[in-house]
Structure formats: C-alpha cells, structure tokens
Design a protein around this ligand. Structure first.
Ligand code: B3K
Ligand code: ZN
Length: 882
C-alpha cells in the first residue's frame, strides 16, 4: 500500500544500475509468519559508475538478515525504509542472501503472498513481488528463478511455482518440499507460488513440434466438474496460437489455479496462471452463455501472454499496452475465429465506447502509452487494454493479415527474451513491411477520442462521389493541442437497391477494379482529406467506418431513411448494426429532450417497422438481430448528453422500450415462442445465438403489465435447464413486483455457490425498483457477502454504483454517500479495489448542477480522509481537478 503522491514519469526512465542473473527462493510457509530466503546473483550493469549503491524494493517486510558473499551486513552498513533497502555498492558481481518474514494471513490487499480459503496464493503484477522479498522489482530486470516450497503436508499437499517441477521430498515436523526450476528468464512480476488443498483436472496437449505438455487445472475439492470448459479453452488456445502465429508452448506443464479471492480476472505468471474462479468454473446450470464466452477469452488471453508479455516483456510499466493491447487483440481474434466475427466485433466496440470513450473524455484520460502515473495499478485501464487492442488492430488493417504476421515474426525474432517498448513493436511492424509508421506513433502519445466529420457529395453530371473527411481530437487533461493521426478508414458505397458499388478513385486505372473492390480502407493522415470516386452511376448511400476500422467517433448526417436503408442492406455487419444503433440512439435522445420539455415521447412508425422487419428476417444471424434490437444502454446515452439527468435517461429509454413492446407484442411473442423450443441446452454458436434473440424478446415482453407475460416469465424461470435462460427470466422478474418470491427461491437454491450468488447480488443491486439502496445495504449483511472478497464487492457494490444509474444518482444524494462510505472502508483493506470503485465518480462534471454538487462533495470527503492510499488518492484528486 504505497501512499506515494509523486508522479513517476516515462521520460525519466533509466536502465537499472544492477542486474540479477539468478534467483533462488526458499519459502517456509506459515499463515502468519512465512520465512522467505532469497539468494540472488547480482551483477553491476556495465554502464553503472562505481560506488552506486544497490537499492532494492521492499514493502511490509521484516528483514531478518542480509549477507553479501556469505558475510552478514552489520547495522549501519545498510539502510531500510518503508519501501527500500539500500546496500553498499557492488564492484562486479556478488551473491546476496536475504531472509525476510511476512504475514500472508494479514494481507487483505491481495497483492504479494496472501491466504485465500486456507490456500496460499501470490499476485505480483505490477509491484507485488516487493511485498514478498527485497528485490529489483521492475520488469526490465529479468532473471532465472528456482523456487523451493516447504509446508505442512496435510494442510498444503499441493505446492506449485513457475517452470518445471524438479524434485520433492519429506521433511521433519510433518512437512514436505517441492522444488521448481523455470528455465526462462523473467521479471519478478511473473513469479507465482500456490500452496494448498487443491484437486486437479488433467489433460495433455502435443505441440506442433511434438512436445508433450501436461495441462492441469487446480481448484478446490468439489469443483472438478466445472473445469471442462476451461480445459477445452486452453487446448483451443494452444492450437490457435500455433496455427495463426506459429507460437508454441515452451514448458513441460501449463497450470491454471482458480481462486475465489482475486483483484482482477486472471494473471499470466509463467507456466502457472492464477485465475479468478469466475473465469474457470462453469457448468450449464451455474454459468451463462456470456460466462462460457468469458472463460474462452480469458483463458486464451492469459495463455497468449506466454509469448506476448512473458517471452517478450515490457521495459517499464509505461509500455503496459505492449503486452496488454496486443494480447487483447489476440484474444479477440481467437474468439472471432472460433465464433461469429461480426458478433464479437460489435460486442467489443460497444464495450469500448461505453467504457473507454468515457475514460478518454474524463479526468483519467491518458494515452495508450501513458506519460506519468502515481500508482501503476490505476493504469490497467480500458485505454491501455481496449484502445491498445484497437491500435494493434489498426496495424493489421493497414498492413493486411500477412503483413501483420510478418511484423509479429520480426518482433519475436528481434526481442525474444527481452524487455522492450511500444516503439520496438511499431518498428518491427514497419520494418517487416517497409511501411512508414512514423505518424502512426501518435496513437501511443495522444489521449482522447478522435472525431471524424464526414461529408459526401455526388456530382450527377460527372458521376463522381466525393468524400471529405475532417479529423480532430479534443483536448484532454495536460494535452491541449493534438496533431492529426494516421487513421485507416474503411468504407463502401451502396446503390439504390442496396447493391455494393465497385470503387475506383480518380487517379486509379481501371485495372484496379477487382472483384472485392467494393470495400476500401482509405488512409487518413492530414487534418482534411478528400477522396473522389469515379464511375458512380447514381447517388450512393455511404457505409462508413466499416468493421469499426479505427477507435474514433464518426459524425455523418444520415437521414432516418438512410439509416433504415442501411439496416436493411449493409453487407458489413458492424455498419449495419451501427445504423440500427444510431437510429435508436437518435430516437432516445429526442425522447430525453421531449421529457425535459414536458412533451410526450413518440416512437415513429418507421422505427417500429424497421425493428419488426429485423425480427422476422430469417436471413440474418439471430445473434446479430438480438444485438440490433438492444437499445443503447443508459451509460451510452449518458456519454452522448450534457448536464445529464440520469433518471430522465432511464425514463426515456423505458418509455421507448415499452412502446416497442406494445407495438410489436405479437411479433416478439411469436419469435419468442418459435425459439423457445424446449431443446436441451447446448453451448454452440447456433444455440447461443438463438437464446440471445429469445431472451431479447423476453426482455421486451417483460415490460408489459400482462398476466400472460408474468406466467411466461415464471415458466421460463422454473423450466430452464440452464443458467442463461433462468437468469434472463429472473432478471426481468427482479424488475417487477412479482419478483420477490423468485429471488428468494434462487437465493435459497444457490446459497452455497459463490459465483451464482454473485449473479443474485448483482440482479438486486441493478434493479430499478424502489428501495434498491436499502436492499443493497441489507444484502451486505447476507452470509454469502464479504467486503474482503473482490468478487462480492464487484457483484453488489460496484454493480450498484456503475449499473444502477437511477438509484446511484438518486437526488437525495444517498447513493453517492453510500459509495463514498464504501470507498473509504475498502481503502483500508484493499486499495486497488477501492480505487476502482472511486472511478464511479469520474463523470461528475457531466451531471446536472444538483447532482454535480452532491457528487463533488463526496469526492472532497474521500480526498480529505486521513491515511488515504496512493491508489485512491490518485483517482479522486484527478476527478476533483476536472
Ligand atoms: N496482467 C494481469 C493484470 C495485472 C493487474 C495488476 N493490477 C492480467 C492480464 O491482463 O492478463
Ligand atoms: Zn493481459
């Protein structure tokens, strides 16, 4: 828990004064008093001048002794502070022996070595290793690790660490030991240790070059039957990385451990990934389609880190997106190749816009490669991950799939075994393709979401169509001026019948016209760019930013007619969905303004008709129809408005949804009944797609106050053979007055399943029914709730703050006060989780004046707390400076 208030700056980087070649660790595990012996082979970096002391990082450690080349250092020869141990300079190389004592049972921050359900778990990224022993805890210090774990045989039968297991044996006092050797150099943030009473599901994978890899998933006893999906995901990931990128696994075993107490989703420690149970455990009756999907992508993500992150790692934490943006891109591609590329793309874009665009427009806006931070854990952000992935995707869009692969190959050829920078990655992409990517570097430097203003003019006489594209990026904190970016802008043109027109630019020869020339990636570099297409027979409707070719906001004045036309005809699934989304968003915004003027909300017949046609269109993937029918979320609308009244947003959206439900009642019901075919649950693309449309229909129908619908919801709840359908019904029931008995039943049936109870907490925390806050407060006393468990906090408290706008933003200010109290409470236990929650106050300046003042008051109250962690302080002080 560093209470640092000073910023660390990217440009202050200097190479480490000392390097570590080898690390030999011995742990004697005791819950409250673990002894850590560390033997380090340290050498002076050849560039380091003489007499520079050796400064090791260390926090919350009790130092027993330190020896240099066998000789104990006496007091006075070294100094120890809260965060550092400073030793005398080393001439060339030396062997350091350090013994520290730590208290894992008291570690509620879940960083370093801690105890979860009686098992020992580590989390070292970003700076947790320094809470285990004194070390050069920075990613550019890469060493070979050997780890020996000693522990009680009965309490800790399973002892795991990175690499390959090389020996084990029995010891005195009913203890045993296991020794692990990791043959690959790695930074300390990839170190892991797990010890406990765990059982494993095992399997194996033979790599392309014939290496046999043991696959092991470790869970608490009783959970083996929920590990099969994660195991399948691991095997699919291994195969995919070989096929798509030629990357093979490199150790004898790949191990996954699931723990219920974890600050995030999962962690890619070398050979020993630690996962939140949420991303491992699933059975059709306990997990939804979205959960199964989440497991596929998180397993893939962590597995892919073995190359993008572990073999090639980051030089410093400012380069975090080097591994995270790239690995998110890789897991998105994995999911696209395995499932529906269109669905995957739309879901990713929706998420990017709601979360990352909001971050980029608020007080925490920062470039994909930030320039400074106070607490690095606050920079595992939507920008670094999701916008970072979009930046990687743009290389692939600009260079083509093969060009991207050439760049990846060169990147590994140059940098395997090293700690490098985002510029090194860009250079590999450029050099492998002889491409000029200098200007592209601005994507790493500039924060804020670029805006593209587009105009199209058709010349009837010349049969030309001219697109003019103007780009600008709004100012963000600390970055008032922005320069034009290099942007891939994919487009198509549709004729009156909805056919794609062949595209030829004015300067191109006819020969350029090839079969697939109806979609084009235009490259924007200047503030204003003009593109004139020739031989355009009639006034076209442009299909813009196809496949969301860049993370930008598009401004083009589509008429409602044009949007309806694109909904019906666009071949590009993203652009087609986008047309529906834009149309619905425009409608919701007018409904919001109408309510503001005391006027009635009107849903035009043309809109109802367009939705009705989608519902009955058998030619589109039902999953896409479901996505098109889902109205933009309240969060999305919040971002699109100013001086926001969140309650009015909710009411406007509800009125539109109810109008659609009434107008299309018969169609929704018919589609629902057709899809509700009683088939046994299967998790495959087709079944998932059908379920998603069925449950969107159910969601609309549930808006109707109609006994028949109440019966239908009850039936689906009772008869479902899977969690997806049961939860969809319960979700709708939880919004209704007749929901209480169903909620009680669910809570009763699943009281012993922590992950299912998380869903139950979230349903109640996000319900817009009156009394939500009191229910959340009461649920904090429920035996299944614990403020120390991050999943519970996210399921109940964060869900209320981030996904229950009506009650969080209640005009009496109680929602804000509740959130502030919890942030202050959590800050003492787990600063990372508290800081995350504090970001729910980020958008306070966007609110109407009454709520704005209330929220600001709570931010000031948090900022004024004595002993506030550096984590929370950074978030709150930046929000207040907005
Ligand atoms: N690399 C980890 C995240 C670590 C977060 C540290 N606060 C998980 C991932 O991105 O795969
Ligand atoms: Zn990652």
């Amino acid at each position: 828990m560093t209470a640092t208030r000073t910023a660390i700056r990217r440009l202050d980087y200097s190479a480490p004064a000392y390097l570590i070649d080898r690390v030999d660790l011995t742990f004697e595990l005791e819950e409250t008093n673990t002894r850590v012996l560390s033997r380090l082979v340290v050498k002076r970096n050849p560039q380091t001048p003489d007499n520079v002391p050796l400064v090791l990082h260390g926090e919350e450690l009790v130092l027993e002794y330190v020896k240099v080349d066998g000789a104990p250092l006496g007091p006075g020869t070294y100094t120890q502070t809260d965060s550092q141990l400073t030793l005398p300079a080393i001439a060339d190389t030396a062997i350091l022996e350090i013994v520290t004592r730590i208290n894992p049972a008291a570690n509620t921050a879940l960083s370093g070595l801690y105890v979860s359900a009686g098992n020992f778990i580590t989390q070292c990224e970003a700076e947790g290793f320094r809470r285990i022993t004194f070390y050069l805890d920075r990613p550019d210090v890469m060493a070979k690790f050997t780890t020996t774990i000693i522990a009680d045989k009965n309490k800790y039968p399973v002892l795991l660490s990175n690499g390959n297991r090389v020996g084990s044996g029995s010891m005195d006092k009913n203890r045993h030991w296991v020794k692990w050797v990791d043959p690959f150099k790695k930074p300390s943030y990839l170190f892991a240790l797990v010890a406990g009473k765990l059982v494993s599901l095992t399997d194996s994978f033979v790599t392309a070059s014939g290496r046999n890899v043991a696959l092991e998933i470790y869970v608490e006893p009783g959970n083996i039957d929920k590990c099969h999906h994660a195991m399948a995901a691991a095997k699919k990931s291994m195969k995919w990385d070989e096929d798509r990128f030629g990357l093979e696994y490199d150790l004898d075993a790949y191990m996954i451990v699931a723990t219920a107490d974890f600050n995030m989703g999962a962690m890619e420690n070398k050979g020993l990934n630690v996962f939140n149970t949420k991303y491992v455990l699933a059975r059709p009756d306990t997990a939804t389609d979205a959960d199964f999907d989440g497991i596929d992508s998180v397993v893939a993500h962590e597995y892919f880190h073995n190359w993008t992150g572990n073999r090639v790692t980051c030089r410093d934490w400012f380069q975090l997106s080097l591994k995270e943006g790239l690995t998110v891109y890789r897991d998105q591609e994995f999911s696209s190749d395995l499932g529906s590329r269109a669905v995957q793309r739309i879901q990713n874009v929706r998420n990017l816009r709601e979360a990352q665009f909001a971050e980029d427009a608020g007080p925490q806006a920062h470039p994909v490669r930030p320039d400074e931070y106070q607490e690095i854990n606050n920079f595992y952000t939507w920008t670094v991950y999701e916008k970072g992935a979009e930046v990687v995707r743009m290389y692939a869009t600009l260079l083509g799939r093969d060009g991207f692969r050439r760049g990846m190959d060169l990147y590994f050829k140059r940098h395997d075994g090293h700690a490098v920078t985002c510029d090194d990655f860009r250079a590999a992409m450029a050099d492998a393709n002889e491409a000029d990517l200098d200007q592209f570097g601005r994507w790493y430097q500039q924060a804020g979401t670029p805006v593209l203003e587009v105009e199209g003019v058709y010349d009837d006489a010349a049969h030309t169509y001219t697109l003019t594209v103007r780009q600008h990026t709004p100012a963000t904190p600390g970055q008032p001026e922005k320069l034009p970016l290099h942007i891939p802008f994919a487009i198509g043109l549709l004729d009156r019948r909805g056919q794609e027109l062949p595209l030829r630019l004015a300067h191109e020869p006819i020969a350029q016209l090839v079969a697939d020339s109806t979609s084009r990636v235009l490259e924007l570099r200047k503030e204003v760019e003009t593109f004139t297409f020739v031989d355009v027979p009639c006034q076209p409707v442009p299909s813009l930013l196809r496949d969301f070719s860049a993370p930008v906001k598009l401004v083009y004045g589509y008429s409602d007619d044009e949007l309806v036309f694109l909904i019906a005809h666009d071949n590009d699934a993203f652009a087609r969905w986008e047309a529906a989304n834009t149309y619905a968003s425009n409608l919701l915004k007018s409904a919001y303004h109408a309510l503001g003027h005391g006027e009635a909300v009107v849903v035009p017949p043309q809109f109802v008709e367009a939705f009705g046609k989608l519902l009955t269109n058998d030619h589109i993937d039902p999953a896409l129809v479901a996505l098109m029918l889902e109205l933009p979320s309240e969060t999305a609308l919040f971002e699109a408005l100013n001086d926001v009244d969140p309650t009015r947003i909710h009411n406007a959206r509800q009125l539109v949804k109810q109008a659609l439900a009434r107008e299309l009642r018969a169609t929704f019901l018919a589609v629902y009944q057709q899809l509700n075919d009683g088939a046994t649950y299967r998790y495959d693309g087709e079944s998932v797609a059908k379920r998603s449309l069925k449950n969107v229909c159910l969601d609309y129908l549930s808006e109707l106050d109609d006994p028949m619908i109440a019966e239908l919801l009850g039936n689906q709840y009772r008869r479902a053979d899977n969690m997806t359908d049961r939860l969809a019904a319960l979700q709708a029931l939880a919004q209704r007055n007749d929901g209480e008995t169903y909620l009680a039943d669910f809570g009763n049936v699943w009281q012993d399943d922590a992950l299912v109870m998380d869903k139950w907490f979230s349903l109640q925390a996000t319900s817009s029914r009156v009394g939500a806050l009191s229910r959340v407060q009461a649920l904090m006393q429920h035996p299944a709730f614990s403020i120390k468990n991050p999943n519970k906090v996210r399921a109940l408290i964060n869900a209320f703050c981030m996904r229950n706008p009506v009650h969080f933003h209640a005009l009496d200010g109680y929602g804000y006060a509740f959130a502030a109290d919890r942030i202050i409470e959590l800050d003492k236990l787990n600063p990372q989780i508290a800081a995350r929650m504090a970001s729910s106050f980020n958008r306070w300046t966007k609110l109407e004046p009454v709520r704005r003042t209330l929220m600001k008051g709570e931010l000031e109250r948090i900022a004024g707390e004595a002993g506030l962690s550096g984590d929370t302080f950074e978030i709150v002080s930046k929000a207040l400076a907005d």
